[in-house]
Design a binder for this molecule. Structure first.
Ligand SMILES: [Zn+2]
Length: 75
């Protein structure tokens, strides 16, 4: 009876260009929701219809700027 269809889609935050993936699950009834960026709180994606998105994960495409050490900066 496991005939649910899951596909993984990728989204990019319009605010900070962070990439996320989410698993899209098809439903017979209507679901709605939205996902907000964990970094800048912009709405990355909102949906309403016969599908639902879950398991949002950030895609680490580049090293974070935060925490970079400036060794020998010359100050
Ligand atoms: Zn963002």
């Amino acid at each position: 009876m496991a005939n649910s269809i899951w596909t993984i889609e990728q989204f990019t935050c319009a605010g900070c260009s962070m990439s996320y993936t989410a698993t899209r699950e098809e439903h017979a009834d209507t679901h709605s929701g939205c996902f907000k960026c964990s970094i800048c709180s912009s709405v990355v994606h909102s949906w309403s219809g016969g599908h639902h998105f879950f398991r949002w994960e950030a895609v680490k495409t580049r090293p974070p700027v935060f925490g970079r050490r400036w060794a020998d900066a010359g100050y």
